[in-house]
Ligand binder design. Structure first.
Ligand SMILES: Cc1cc2nc3c(=O)[nH]c(=O)nc-3n(C[C@H](O)[C@H](O)[C@H](O)COP(=O)(O)OP(=O)(O)OC[C@H]3O[C@@H](n4cnc5c(N)ncnc54)[C@H](O)[C@@H]3O)c2cc1C
Length: 471
């Protein structure tokens, strides 16, 4: 029955291509449309993958500095920017061309073009050559993602202003860089430039970095960034920018309304992302968007138009690649007639800074907002053998528990490798595990994963490496 369904997916990011690939695997007749030559979307071309490639280089450089304390000295790194740029681009090319091959192998009709709706069953497809076609579909999935948000009052024409895309292109290694926005993208890219030798400062409107993440996780990152960055200006905002011959003159206002001017070689604007529904012709369909521009969908990713589904960044937070992919797969299963819905208990979030911060399920901020009863248990990495062997005792593993049942509600980790470790927490939350399940699962020694097991043991006052008086 599935091979009768003509499915068109608009946008080939991690949401769109995951959806298209599963639909083809389920026997549908699939067309995948994207402006780029190959699938990949923001994630592969100008997001997750290139940023992580560069963060790996940053980690390498930082580790050579740390080794000094252990009696090993490296000379200062010589950075060949062109080669570094080429390496990063080769990573992107390898991944995106690989996706192109996977798409062909699945016999997906991949069209490099811009699509817009003519009505609820027809798309206008415009190729770069100017060639225009109409394409009809039984079902469509909109996966057009998000684009960079800007501050109109600060928009000046200057080659010294970078955004996340141009920053990933590594045009130069600036002498100084002001990152506007203390969210994860700004901090990750700031960390890359700092490791390459740039003097980096951050300005953030809120009272802390990474608004939304629990403060006891962020504190370790803040302490480390205070050493590697020049200045972290909280409760502050940029009110004016002027280009001068030798840099950008930036006026920054603090919470008391006082302003100060400072010159920076470059500025990286990283204030967030917004939905990308422009020019899609949604007005020609029954699809509705909310006030923030995100497409309204239900838990089956159905829009208000019975023929059209939407997934990924275009349907809202959290704007993360793995959320987009899972939504894509659920939408396709719904189209295939399966009784499924997108109802995750935990969508992990990872900030790939040094240290990394990762969380899944309930955070303490959310628990307080929603007045959910919880108890938090923490295992400090200072008590972890593995953390000590890598010279990184500055982390913490925290588990949020339902007090009566000891069911795991959330997990937060700060420390190197937190992004890998969090997967155990996701599984625990999704499986409805309680602290005893974690405590009784033998974790390998010496690994950072033991910090999860020992955090569970802390709850019972039985952690081998933490003394806690009897409850
Ligand atoms: C610097 C940076 C780092 C990031 N790091 C991470 C990370 O580490 N982990 C993580 O989970 N997320 C990360 N993200 C976020 C992640 O990239 C997004 O959440 C993810 O790409 C969203 O996937 P998507 O499928 O919704 O759409 P996108 O990846 O945004 O793809 C949408 C695609 O649709 C195409 N398109 C748009 N309109 C049309 C049209 N009319 N016709 C045809 N094609 C169209 C676009 O060309 C694009 O290729 C990062 C983002 C940035 C910017």
């Amino acid at each position: 029955m599935n091979n009768k369904i003509n499915l068109t997916v608009i946008g080939a990011g991690p949401g769109g291509y995951a959806a298209a690939f599963l639909a083809a695997d389920l026997g549908m007749n699939v067309t995948l449309i994207d402006k780029e030559k190959n699938p990949g979307g923001v994630c592969l071309y100008r997001g997750c993958i290139p940023s992580k490639a560069l963060l790996h280089v940053a980690k390498l450089i930082n580790e050579t500095h740390e080794a000094k304390e252990w009696g090993i000295e490296f000379s200062e790194p010589k950075i060949n920017l062109e080669k570094l740029r080429d390496w990063k681009s080769s990573v992107v090319a390898k991944m995106t061309s690989g996706l192109g091959i996977l798409s062909k192998q699945r016999k997906i009709n991949y069209i490099q073009a811009t699509a817009s709706f003519i009505n609820s069953s027809t798309l206008k497809v415009e190729k770069e050559t100017g060639e225009v076609d109409n394409l009809t579909f039984d079902k469509a999935i909109v996966a057009t993602g998000s684009r960079i948000a800007t501050v109109p009052s600060l928009e000046i024409k200057s080659g010294r202003i970078l955004n996340s895309t141009t920053a990933l292109d590594l045009p130069v290694i600036p002498k100084s860089l002001l990152v506007i926005g203390g969210g994860y993208i700004g901090l990750e890219l700031g960390s890359v430039y700092s490791a390459l030798g740039t003097t980096v400062s951050v300005v953030e409107m809120m009272s802390g970095l990474l608004p939304g993440a629990d403060r006891d996780l962020v504190v370790h990152l803040s302490k480390r960034l205070e050493k590697s960055f020049d200045k972290i200006m909280l409760d502050s905002k940029v009110v004016e920018m002027k280009e001068e011959s030798d840099g950008l003159l930036v006026k920054i206002q603090n919470k008391n309304g006082e302003t100060a001017e400072q010159k920076y070689d470059y500025v990286l604007m990283s204030i967030g992302r917004k939905p990308d529904a422009s020019g899609l012709g949604l007005e020609n369909t029954l699809v509705k968007v909310n006030q923030r521009g995100w497409i309204n969908v239900n838990e089956q990713l159905r829009t208000d138009d019975p023929n059209i589904f939407a997934i990924g960044d275009i349907v809202g937070e959290p704007m993360l690649a793995h959320k987009a992919s899972h939504e894509g797969r659920v939408a396709v299963e719904v189209i295939a007639g399966h009784k499924v819905a997108f109802e995750p208990k935990a969508i992990p979030a990872v900030v790939f800074t040094d240290p990394e911060i990762a969380w899944a399920g309930l955070t303490e901020i959310q628990a307080r907002e929603k007045e959910i009863k919880y108890e938090a248990v923490k295992f400090p990495w200072a008590a972890s053998g593995r953390a000590t062997t890598i010279g990184r005792s500055d982390g913490v593993t925290k588990i949020l528990v339902e007090p009566d049942t000891q069911r795991i509600l959330g997990i937060g980790i700060c420390g190197p490798g937190a992004g890998e470790l969090i997967a155990e927490g996701v599984l625990a939350i999704e499986m409805g595990a309680n602290l005893t399940d974690i405590k009784l699962s033998i974790h390998p020694h010496p690994t950072l994963s033991e910090t999860i097991m020992e955090a569970a043991e802390v709850f019972f006052g039985q952690s081998t490496h933490v003394y806690r008086p009897k409850r």
